[in-house]
Design a protein around this ligand. Structure first.
Ligand SMILES: C[S@@+](CC[C@H](N)C(=O)[O-])C[C@H]1O[C@@H](n2cnc3c(N)ncnc32)[C@H](O)[C@@H]1O
Ligand SMILES: [Zn+2]
Length: 184
């Protein structure tokens, strides 16, 4: 394929400076990460760092509580690929404070052994950074399970849960980003 037709790789996207975002309290949950300057679409905002472990080890460290538990689930695990998840409890940076939104402005995109949080549209000063966690459980996403992962993103199209919808497409901006940039 001619070089000019090749999609840019995630690892080639421009990198934000840490001066462009800051962690602070969020109405969604605990802390969130906010833009301090405009951030252009297609920017690697921050790497999601942590220990690379298997899915089985992630489940062993942080088993999902049964439905009768009252507190919502809280996780710092992010899937890197079919075999590995990143445990940001160990070696994590500010990326672990980026909250979920059902209408996100960022998307986690893998590049080899690294996971980048990439902006999928231009982000204005003061906006909270967020990606769609789209969490997939092995078991069915019953109403009781969804309640264990409540969403408070406040979007008009909020799904009410951090779980991946079984019958609803992801945001068009996220799909466009996945088409635009080559992972790995
Ligand atoms: C990686 S942490 C994000 C940082 C978190 N706010 C904190 O202060 O530690 C992920 C957890 O934050 C919470 N969370 C993230 N986005 C949320 C949202 N839109 N609504 C409700 N809780 C959310 C959930 O408990 C989730 O498991
Ligand atoms: Zn939501």
């Amino acid at each position: 394929m001619p070089r000019s037709l090749r999609k840019p790789r995630v690892s080639q996207l421009p990198l934000a400076s840490p001066a462009q975002y800051r962690k602070r309290r969020s109405p969604r949950h605990g802390f969130g990460v906010y833009a301090l300057t405009p951030i252009k679409r297609g920017t690697r905002v921050i790497e999601y760092t942590g220990e690379l472990i298997s899915h089985a080890e992630g489940e062993r460290r942080y088993p999902t509580a049964p439905d009768y538990h009252e507190d919502p689930e809280h996780t710092y695990l992010l899937q890197l690929d079919d075999d590995r998840v990143i445990d940001a409890n160990i070696g994590g940076n500010d990326a672990r404070f980026i909250n979920h939104s059902c209408v996100p402005n960022c998307e986690p995109m893998p590049a080899g052994d690294h996971m980048w949080i990439v902006s999928v549209r231009n982000i204005r000063v003061g906006e909270e950074l967020a990606y769609d966690y789209a969490i997939e459980l092995d078991e069915p996403h019953t109403p009781a399970r969804k309640k264990r992962f409540p969403c408070r993103c406040g979007a008009r199209m909020c799904r009410g849960s951090l779980l991946k919808p079984k019958h609803q497409a992801l945001s068009p901006l996220v799909l466009a980003a996945r088409r635009a940039w080559e992972c790995c």
